[in-house]
Ligand binder design. Structure first.
Ligand code: ARG
Length: 295
């Protein structure tokens, strides 16, 4: 019996390979915050007595815009409307898949003036527009993960809008209940990281999320469906770390979310930091300022 080790045995055990992430091209809609201010309070982040700096908001927003362009994405713009300071958060403007745009129907009266301009923009740019019946706040509460729509409720979008979005797009919808008022839209508690099908037809949808933002039943659903998910801790959640945009490789993220940034690196993503501290005064971050236009 030979005691010589085989070649394979004599080699040190290799580290498990970090997966190579592939960037996908994105088309986004943004709105320059020329009229940004905080003049009312519709989420716990907003303090109307605290002064805001519109020029700074525009500058930080420009950094996000430039970052997308540098990464090769297309960014379309919708004209800001005076008196609608929250219009910069275009994620709430609708939800678009396959060239079809479901318009928004805001719960909060302060933002209802945005509904028409957004629907008009979609129509003018070749999308088939569906006027919503139920109250919901667009991609703030609806996230496309692979072929499934994750839908948030608890603060803004109503449960019936989940049924409506399922009918409109003919996709599976998974309802999730938010319980922490700081994380009042789903996109403040879940980041979609890798939402497309691989060449082998296997879905590699993955997410990162803040477990404490959800009720127990929703946490159980997330654990079961996304065993590989990145679980983000409260400190990173509290700086809106999950409010990110990913192209499957580059993840645009707040520089304050240091723990999450390290977790992303470990998984082979490339974190790209953009600081939107001024826009956080309105309760929004990177993803809130970004609406995906799916043609
Ligand atoms: N002030 C805005 C609101 O309360 C912020 C919206 C943030 N948008 C988002 N997609 N989470 O409606």
């Amino acid at each position: 019996m030979s005691t010589h080790p085989t070649l394979a045995e004599s080699r040190p055990t290799p580290e498990p390979a970090t997966p190579q992430r592939i960037a996908q091209h994105r088309r986004y809609l943004m709105c320059r915050p020329e009229h940004f201010t905080v003049s009312y309070r519709i989420n716990p982040w907003m303090e109307p007595d605290r002064p805001t700096d519109t020029a700074k908001a525009v500058q930080q927003w420009q950094d996000l815009y430039d970052t997308y362009v540098r990464l090769g994405h297309d960014v379309e713009l919708i004209d800001p409307v005076e008196g609608l300071p929250d219009m910069v958060y275009t994620a709430n403007g609708g939800f678009l898949i396959d060239g079809r745009a479901l318009g928004v129907r805001f719960r909060v009266p302060e933002r209802r003036g945005e509904e028409r301009p957004f629907m008009q923009w979609f129509a003018d740019h070749g999308f088939e527009v569906i006027e919503p019946v139920e109250v919901q706040e667009g991609e703030g509460d609806f996230l496309l993960v692979g072929d499934t729509i994750l839908a948030g409720t608890g603060f803004r979008s109503v449960g019936d809008s989940h049924r409506e979005v399922a009918e409109v797009f003919g996709r599976e919808v998974v309802s999730l209940r938010l319980v922490d008022p700081r994380f009042y839209h789903l996109d403040t508690a879940i980041a979609v990281l890798d939402p497309v099908e691989g060449p082998d037809g296997v879905e590699r949808a993955n997410i990162a999320y803040l477990p404490t933002a959800f009720d127990e039943a929703s946490r159980a659903v997330l654990t079961e469906r996304y065993p590989e998910a990145i679980l983000v801790d409260d400190a990173d959640g509290a700086v809106f770390g999950l409010n990110t945009a990913s192209d499957g490789r580059n993840v645009i993220v707040s520089p304050r979310a240091v723990g999450f940034i390290a977790q992303l690196r470990e998984r082979g993503y490339v974190p790209v930091t953009v600081d939107l501290s001024e826009l956080l005064l309105g309760g929004g971050g990177i993803k809130c300022c970004t609406l995906e236009l799916r043609g």
